[in-house]
Design a binder for this molecule. Structure first.
Ligand SMILES: [Fe+2]
Length: 333
């Protein structure tokens, strides 16, 4: 098995260098032992050299079986990685990677999570049926379309434009979907309890603000405000890399405000589940300004970035409509 792995690695590296045949043949020659290429093989069997030739042939026969199984495995690997996957939609590759990497408890390991992130980094709007929307977003100008929400009498915005969610897939281990946000639309501050979230901004730009709870005892009353530390407060514009937030770090509590029309491809692992206690809670900044007891025991906390967050009901004007996903199907029903 070790030899197989070595061979595969050699062939893979050599293919990148465009000399697969030479490297592979070197490996196979090495594998089959010098006896195959030794001139003794061509000697008559009646001589001492011939008897050695028979032994060499028997030995080579055993190795031939091993060699054939090796070639078979190599061909299967090449078909799997260079033929079948060559035309596989990126979103299907992401689905396959999620299937391999996530469990109902979340990512199997950091390496597995990184595998998914690496493929997600390559995702483009055209891979999920959003090429036209992405092109429209590029043409969008703040000056011409600064605010497309409805206005109240005094000119204030009363109804932010609705957000659309394109559902792609969900199982007990993960969910995949896309939030399409018109300019000025807002996803209010909310959490992802016990979840790891990968987000890839496909097109457009938005402002993101995120927090993590301070590692202090939780209040007995969950409706009481709880201290959190600012993690991120910045603008993001596509193209950009995938962001990852974790159950207790990376900005698990976050909000988005679209600047230009934008779309975010989200993978949640595990997904929200009311039955399993993973429900979405919305928050707002509390009026409290004091610093919590015990903050001096915490490392890497900037007291000026500590806020108190309190639970709220989702705002009435926060509307998410279900849209139709028009990209490749990841799993046939
Ligand atoms: Fe979120």
């Amino acid at each position: 098995m070790t030899t197989l792995c070595c061979l595969l690695m050699e062939v893979t590296m050599s293919m990148k260098e465009g000399k697969v045949i030479g490297r592979a043949s070197f490996q196979l020659r090495h594998l089959l032992h010098p006896s195959l290429s030794h001139p003794i093989i061509n000697s008559p069997s009646s001589t001492p050299q011939g008897r050695r030739h028979v032994r060499a042939c028997v030995f080579s026969g055993q190795q031939l079986s091993y060699f054939l199984s090796l070639v078979s495995a190599l061909v299967a690997w090449l078909v799997e990685n260079f033929l079948l996957h060559h035309d596989m939609p990126v979103v299907k590759k992401i689905y396959n990677a999620c299937k391999d990497s996530f469990t109902p408890k979340g990512p199997i390991s950091t390496e597995d999570l990184e595998k998914v992130r690496a493929i997600l980094d390559e995702l483009k709007p055209a891979n999920v049926g959003l090429e036209q929307e992405a092109q429209s977003s590029q043409k969008w100008k703040t000056s011409a379309n600064g605010n497309n929400g409805k206005k109240g009498r005094n000119g204030s915005q009363q109804y932010p434009p609705p957000i659309t969610y394109l559902h792609i897939y969900e199982c007990e281990s993960f969910s995949m979907g896309i939030f399409c946000m018109p300019p000025s639309s807002i996803i209010p501050l909310h959490n992802h309890p016990g979840m790891t979230v990968l987000s890839k901004l496909l097109y457009g730009s938005l402002h993101v603000r995120s927090y993590d709870w301070l590692d202090l005892p939780e209040p007995a009353d969950p409706t009481q405000a709880r201290p959190a530390s600012l993690v991120r407060d910045c603008e993001m514009a596509a193209p950009c890399g995938t962001t990852v937030l974790y159950p207790t770090r990376g900005g698990n509590i976050h909000c988005f405000k679209a600047i230009a029309p934008c779309a975010i491809f989200d993978i949640l692992t595990p997904p929200y589940s009311v039955e399993k206690g993973r429900h979405c809670t919305y928050f707002r900044k509390s009026a409290r300004r004091d610093l919590p007891d015990g903050i001096d025991q915490l490392e890497d906390i900037n007291p000026t970035e500590v806020v108190w967050l309190e639970e709220i009901q989702p705002p009435d004007n926060f509307v998410v409509l279900r849209g139709q996903y028009k990209g490749p199907v990841v799993k046939k029903a």
